[in-house]
Design a protein around this ligand. Structure first.
Ligand code: S3P
Length: 431
């Protein structure tokens, strides 16, 4: 349990842990490559550790020293049948991406996770994988994990995905590594493209046109040296903390600003945020910058359409930000939020309302109002976070700008993506 109190003047320089999406993919492609893959800045959050465990169970030797990982790849056909069920923990990314890989193996495997994971929808990957020829069954026939996957020779397909989901797209592209011809995925809006970037770096031929990506099955992948940038989804909590806490100025170093991930920066700027980019550079095929963020006077906006996939994980903390923006903010087209680690539309609305915000949940988003700059928008409350890491961190930040005390129970769930989050937050509050 953590208790938070109102703060002013968050000052300092910090770095956030490595990108979760990139860390997962680096282990997966490293395992399927020939030769060693060295990963620096790997995120040792519980989700990425689940990915490591799964590949170890399939015979991949992975060494850890500090935040550097060496994956001794065994090639596209080097995985061994796991001896037991693969434990995917809380990780949707592990589950959906690994399923694409498992569909092309010559063995049977079973995936299962925690209660939240085992209630998340898997039909979105079961359908395209079945179309490619894999036999994938939901144990309880509810289209959720546990999933049993009987690998098979796969057919290349053109899949039109009903959702803009990088997990679905990546699952199909990874299965495409094992198909008998090209595999394409078209999505309704562009989702994060880390899989495409990394597959190219490992030597695969991928062509992207608009929101369609096509992979030609490669003969082999080659081990790489990967520098993982800081996770913008983790930086988001400190960006919002600096913007809404009076007299703050934070320099957040080494943040990945891939355009398919950085919608939060576009939206913050649209709302009047004082954020400057420093030291713009490219590392390991991903754009990176240092972000200087200062407390700002913000105004409401509309967040909708194609930008949504590029800020989907940040919407809980963006909803908090909007409570501090003058006027009305409407967030729509974000129904996917209801099927994340928790129903984030319900939980964010319930907790912000408990803190005194004027927030209305809708089917696919929120309507948030702040009527007067004079009245502090939030007061402390006891927060219900349903073991969802991003809800816990959002409301820790909320607690820094709320009158009275905010209590976060189950605060250890932040370890899923951000071990050390509360320690870093405490450091800033001491200054
Ligand atoms: C992720 C994709 C997103 C995101 C998740 C990580 C990934 O999920 O919410 O946290 O690494 O591919 P969807 O693909 O379901 O949108």
């Amino acid at each position: 349990m953590k208790r938070l109190k109102k703060q002013t003047g968050l000052l300092g320089t910090l770095t956030v842990p490595g990108d979760k999406s990139i860390s997962h993919r680096a282990v997966m492609l490293g395992a399927l490559a020939e030769g060693d893959t060295i990963i620096q800045g790997f995120l040792k959050g519980a989700d990425c550790l689940s990915t490591i465990d799964c590949f170890r169970q399939m015979g991949i030797h992975i060494e850890e020293t500090g935040d550097t990982l060496v994956v001794h790849g065994k090639g596209l056909h080097g995985l061994q049948a796991p001896t037991g069920t693969l434990d995917v923990g809380n990780s949707g990314t592990t589950t959906r991406l690994i399923s694409g890989i498992l569909a092309g193996q010559n063995f049977v495997s079973t995936l299962s996770g925690d209660a939240s994971l085992n209630s998340r929808p898997m039909k979105r990957i079961m359908s395209p994988l079945s179309m490619m020829g894999a036999d994938i069954q939901s144990k309880n026939k509810d289209n959720c994990a546990p999933l049993t996957i009987k690998g098979a020779p796969l057919r290349g397909i053109h899949y039109t995905s009903p959702v803009a989901s990088a997990q679905v797209k990546s699952c199909v592209l990874l299965a495409g590594l094992y198909a008998d011809g090209q595999t394409s995925v078209t999505e309704p809006a562009l989702s994060r493209d880390h899989t495409e970037r990394m597959l190219r770096a490992f030597g695969a031929d991928l062509q992207t046109q608009g929101t369609t990506c096509t992979i030609t099955p490669p003969k082999r992948l080659y081990g790489q040296h990967i520098q993982v940038p800081g996770d913008i989804s983790s930086a988001a909590f400190f960006i919002v903390a600096a913007l809404i806490t009076p007299d703050s100025c934070l320099l957040i170093k080494n943040v990945g600003i891939n355009p398919t991930r950085s919608g939060i920066l576009t939206v913050c700027k649209q709302m009047g945020a004082n954020i400057t980019f420093q030291n713009l550079r490219e590392e390991g095929g991903e754009p990176v910058a240092d972000l200087l963020v200062k407390s700002s006077r913000l105004h409401g906006t509309v967040i909708e359409g194609d930008i949504i996939p590029s800020l989907i994980d940040e919407l809980p903390v963006i909803a908090l930000l909007c409570c501090f923006a003058e006027g009305e903010t409407v967030i729509r087209d974000a129904a996917e939020l209801r099927i994340k680690e928790s129903d984030r539309i319900a939980l964010v609305s319930q907790n912000l309302a408990a803190m005194g915000a004027d927030i209305l949940p809708t089917e696919d988003g929120f309507i948030i109002n702040r009527h007067s700059q004079k009245i502090p928008p939030l007061h402390g409350a006891s927060i219900h976070c349903a073991m969802d890491h991003r809800i816990a961190m959002t409301f820790a930040v909320a607690g820094l700008s709320a009158d009275g005390e905010t209590i976060i129970t189950d605060s250890h769930c932040v370890d899923v993506s951000y071990p050390g989050f509360f320690e870093q937050l405490k450091q800033l509050c001491l200054k």
